[in-house]
Each structure stands twice: as C-alpha cells, then as structure tokens.
Write a protein that binds this ligand. Structure first.
Ligand SMILES: [Zn+2]
Length: 161
C-alpha cells in the first residue's frame, strides 16, 4: 500500500530539483489511482514566471496528460503549504485531496494566513491534509536559506579582502 509519506518523498525529490536549479526548494506531485501522473518543481526565477510554483507546474502537466482542465479524483502532494494562487488553481482543478508538508506562516492559504478551503462558498471538492513529513519538508527550506545566507556572507568577505 502506497502511503502519503511515499508520495511526499517524491515531492521532496522535486523540491531538491528546485534547489539544484537555484530556486526555493518546493516540490509537488499529482497522483491518480495510486500512481504519479505529473510532477513539478518551483521555478519562478528561471522561468521568469510568477505563477511557476511547484503546484501550478504539476497541475498544468497533469491536466495536459489527462486532456482535461479538471482533475477530479486526483490528489496533489506538495512540500509546503500552498499559497492563495495555488489554492485557487487547486479548487478550479477540483482536486479530490491536497496533502502538504510544512506550514507557511508567511503565505499559507490552508490555515496559516487564511484558510481558503474552509470557505464553503469557494470549495466543494477538495480535502486538505497538512503536516505530512512536515519536519523533513521544513528542514529542506531552512537549510536552503541558511546556505544562501552563508554564500552571501562569504561573498561579502571575499569582496572586502
Ligand atoms: Zn503557490
């Protein structure tokens, strides 16, 4: 039996790919009938696209694959709590379930800043599960920002010497 943790593990691999591209490490996968049908990693900087969050990239790929702008019966796994934009896209896609890892106190739209999915007038289709492998997902972001700060500090020191 494949569990939420297994799919989150795959989302984390996508997050690592985002990191390798120099992007904030967030990753997502879309699952249908127990199988991954699409993946996405965060890449707004490289793509010059403010909408290129991991979730949107994965939703686009899944919709293209299924030939349908709606994704009923599909589940999306993402390492970080979705923002307002991604939550809106998920509702339009009519996903059956969204599972996220770490919470995002700055932009999270599944309870941290707002909870769009709780709005019964907006959401009729999507169940939300948070906190799956939250520690691992959060640690990757923390490590990324720590490494970036260290790189900036090292560059400053080099410039001064
Ligand atoms: Zn987003």
């Amino acid at each position: 039996m494949v569990s939420d943790t297994d799919f989150m593990q795959l989302a984390l691999a996508q997050a690592q790919q985002a990191w390798d591209l120099g992007e904030v490490p967030v990753g997502a996968v879309v699952v249908k009938d127990g199988e991954v049908i699409a993946v996405g990693c965060n890449q707004p900087i490289g793509k010059h696209d403010p909408t290129a969050h991991a979730e949107i990239v994965a939703l686009r790929a899944a919709a293209e694959k299924l030939g349908n702008y709606r994704l009923p019966g599909c589940e999306l796994y993402v390492t970080l709590e979705p923002c307002v934009m991604c939550s809106g896209a998920m509702m339009h896609a009519r996903l059956s379930k969204v599972v996220f890892g770490a919470t995002d106190p700055k932009t999270g739209a599944c309870g941290s800043v707002v909870n769009l999915f709780e709005q019964e007038q907006l959401n009729h289709h999507t169940e939300i599960v948070g906190g799956v492998m939250a520690e691992e997902c959060g640690a990757m972001l923390k490590n990324f920002f720590a490494a970036r700060r260290a790189a900036v500090a090292a560059a400053r020191r080099a410039a001064q010497s």
